[in-house]
Design a protein. Structure first.
Length: 386
């Protein structure tokens, strides 16, 4: 890029590389991009399901059909090949929603056939087949008329949203039918949001996501090599160097990762070691809610951008208690993906995480951070210099 060069950085956990643009003059206006609201006449989340308070709205009770290569041995989530039921009957490749359940509008496939609510027609592409539909897609919605960003929401509401997400993970683990629950928040149209209502989406998945799988494997290798959880090490290292640190208190730490994949990417990691968000304590949730609010508020300096907030946690049916560590990732949507990234799979970050954090701290009046003053009650006060 003109005026800069690429510095290749390696993620210490996954081993994946990113290209960070360095030695380039930073200009905040290049990244300031406010979130665009979603155009809608009626907010369904204000009315469905009925009632006040934080509620769970089921969007698809059977959200995923697993495609495989024709002729390969495929197992359903209950371990039976080719999606057969316990009685030996063939399951349908895609199941219609029961009467009365919410469903997305049917779509027309290229060949003209109706797609079912599960999103798949009968398989037409050569070499592909489908097995049983599994998993679900639900949204945890804030009370009616709550259309403000998470950063500006009441901390009690945010804590309740997280508590419902925790309960969803516990329930899915107890059911034992799927592999992973992905919790996300999409804020702003650029981030794929479908509503302006504050909510968390939960996807009960039939497989462990590739990114999480790489983290799990990398964390296990790191434990064997170093004898410690890599995320616990990250917490220690980032609070010691402080170069990429944006917030810390007694329970959580927020920082920009060294190998940030996107501009102003931030992580929130609890100090207490725990792999499974489903086992997070109430105190953990209170801390996470406060930290997420405060860290997301820092992004207001970029005109309140769209972002994706994602939870990485332990799989439902794998024990990774010693090696993994749940955490939240914040990815502001400040730029488009270019050809180099699409062609190589190499993320390109146009600003170093060190520069990004320096700008956020300076804008918040936090040029110098003193550890003793970073408590929940001291947020917003200017730390001592020196």
């Amino acid at each position: 890029m003109p005026g800069g060069m690429f510095e290749l950085r390696k993620d210490a956990v996954t081993g994946w590389w990113v290209a960070v643009v360095v030695e380039r003059a930073y200009e905040r206006h290049r990244f300031a991009r406010p979130a665009s609201p979603v155009a809608t006449d009626r907010c369904a989340n204000c009315f469905e399901p009925p009632g006040g308070g934080v509620r769970v709205r089921m969007l698809k009770a059977h959200a995923f059909s697993v495609a495989g290569v024709e002729g390969e041995e495929r197992e359903s989530p209950d371990g039976r090949p080719d999606g057969r039921t316990p009685g030996g009957e063939d399951r349908p490749a895609a199941r219609r929603m029961p009467a009365g359940e919410e469903r997305l509008p049917a779509r027309r496939a290229p060949g003209g056939e109706d797609r079912l609510a599960t999103g798949h027609p009968e398989p037409r592409q050569a070499g592909l087949g489908l097995i049983a539909d599994v998993g679900s897609w639900a949204t945890i919605v804030a009370p009616p008329e709550h259309h403000q960003a998470l950063a500006h929401e009441d901390p009690g509401i945010v804590g309740e949203l997280l508590a419902r997400a925790r309960a969803t993970i516990v329930e899915a683990g107890t059911a034992g039918e799927t592999e992973y629950v992905q919790v996300v928040q999409n804020w702003g149209r650029q981030a794929g949001a479908l509503t302006n209502h504050l909510c968390l989406d939960t996807y009960d998945l039939p497989q462990i996501p590739h990114r999480v799988g790489e983290e799990l494997g990398g964390a296990a290798r790191y434990m064997i090599r170093e004898g410690t959880c890599p995320y616990c090490r990250l917490v220690r290292d980032e609070t010691t160097s402080r170069e990429r640190l944006v917030f810390e208190d007694a329970a959580a730490v927020a920082f920009a990762p060294y190998a940030s994949r996107s501009p102003f990417e931030l992580w929130v990691v609890p100090r207490r070691h725990e792999a499974d968000f489903g086992r997070a304590s109430d105190a953990d949730l209170t801390s996470a809610a406060e930290t997420l609010r405060k860290v997301l508020a820092l992004l207001d300096v970029l005109d309140g951008p769209a972002y994706n907030l994602v939870l990485h946690t332990a799989p439902l049916r794998e024990r990774v208690d010693e090696t993994y560590h749940w955490h939240w990732e914040i990815h502001p949507r400040l730029r488009e993906i270019a050809g180099l990234e699409l062609g190589t799979g190499l993320p390109v970050n146009p600003i170093s995480p060190e520069e990004a954090v320096a700008d956020l701290r300076a804008a918040a009046g936090l040029d110098v951070i003193e550890r003793q003053e970073w408590t929940a009650g001291a947020w917003g006060s200017r730390p001592r210099g020196g």
